[in-house]
Structure formats: C-alpha cells, structure tokens
Design a protein around this ligand. Sequence first.
Ligand code: HPA
Length: 273
Amino acid sequence: MNTEKIENAAGFLKARYANTPKIGLILGSGLGVLADEIENPVKIPYNEIPDFPISTVEGHAGQLVFGVLNGVEVVAMQGRFHFYEGYSMDKVTFPVRVMKELGVGMLIVTNAAGGVNESFEPGDLMLITDHINNMGTNPLIGPNDSRYGVRFPDMSEAYTKDLRIAAREIAARLNINVKEGVYFGNPGPVYETPAEIRMIRGMGGDAVGMSTVPEVIVARHSGMKVLGISCISNMAAGILDQPLTHDEVIETTEKVKADFLSYVKEIVKDIAK
Ligand code: HPA
C-alpha cells in the first residue's frame, strides 16, 4: 500500500470535483451504464489520474464519474480492474483506497457472475450475503498501515447487514425479484470447469465471478459499509449444455439493465438518508 500515491490521487480528484461523494459505486461488466444516469457528471478518465491503473477488458469504459445520482453525491467507477488483467492486488484495490481518502463511507459493488445455485436463472439479481476468497492471495498482504485499519480485520460481516435489509425492502417495493447468496471469487480469466462448479456448490457458493472480493476486503479493512449486487449473467459451467461466452454475459446484463438501474438508484437514495 502506498499512502503517498493514494493521497496524491485523491488530491488530484478533489481539485477536479469539490463535493464529497457519500457513496462509491463499482460498476461491473455491462453495468457501467448506471454512471450515465449521474447528473452534472464530472468524468475523469483513469489515464488522467496519477497512479491509476487502466482497464483493458471489453465492456468497461475506464473512468471515474462524479456527480449526483437520485439526489445523492456519488462517485462511480465505470469499469474496474481485475486481477486476471495482470494488475497486482494493490492496483486492483487502489481506487477503493482513493474513494476512502475522498470521504466515501459506503460502497456499492456490482458484478456479472455465473449462477451456481440451480434455483437461479440468467438475469436474476443477487444480493451478496458473504463471499469466499479463492483468488489465491489477499490485497492486505504486506505491511499494514494502521491509519487505514487493523492488521487482522474481522470479516464476519463483510457485506453490511443493514444495507442488505434495506436493499431487500426496496426490491419488494419496486417489485424486483432479488435472490441472495454467497459470491465465490476466482482469479480467472478462464471460466470454471463443471467439476470446479460442483466443488464451489459443495463449498457453499451460489454465484461465481472474477472480481469484487479484493475491493470488498479493502473497503472493510478501512471501515466502509458494503453492499454487493451480482447480476447472474449465465448459469455456471456444466449446468446447461452450452459453452460460456463473454458475449452471453454482456447480452444478459443488457436485458436486466432497466431493472438494475432503477433498483440501484432507489437504493442510493434510501441508504444515503
Ligand atoms: N464464472 C466466472 N466469472 C463469471 C461468470 C462465470 O460463469 N459469469 C460472469 N462472470
């Protein structure tokens, strides 16, 4: 962790946008459109921000968007950094550190994920209740800076219960069907084998993906509240008799976009109170 770089990037951003965002949003594959709903947006491409990595995967735009979403000051990452792109865990989680430095207290993390739980269907939204870190590493490995958090962070409530309860109630009010479950984080970039999916199910995973876990660990380390939402973009390998493709992932997120947008906008308004 490089405190100077974090402060430097945050200082640069504060000079470009004076208001303090209350909520940070990390927008996953195909879900970046949410940032287009932000009013009076100030868009800052990642390559302009000192020490920010640059996103490479298709379907990710690569900019921070500051502004007002449904009456609430937010900052959104339109495109995130993945471990499989070759970034160190430090780089993957750098934006979360910067958000914290900017004064963000709550993080909404979204992703596209494969459905492991056979009662799920492509297009379902899943509130993340917990995760399993199978990435083979941890973003907090290395010296601990106690100004951010403790050496051995508690993870018994990685995903803030109050936020999940609020999100559950909002779903009922908007008549949006949401599932709940455990997110299993793999390093990628391969999709899993059917045998791996059977293992993941046996271990308690409901959805599987290649992101989110590092950002959530770092957010929790520094005491941010976290809400996680997966868009089940496909059934995981071996469940259906068909291969998995990134095109399917994007197609499904495209279909649920409208629901997803109205849902997250309502959540933002509600939890900011
Ligand atoms: N596996 C891993 N990551 C994913 C998947 C999947 O099936 N779908 C979207 N991201």
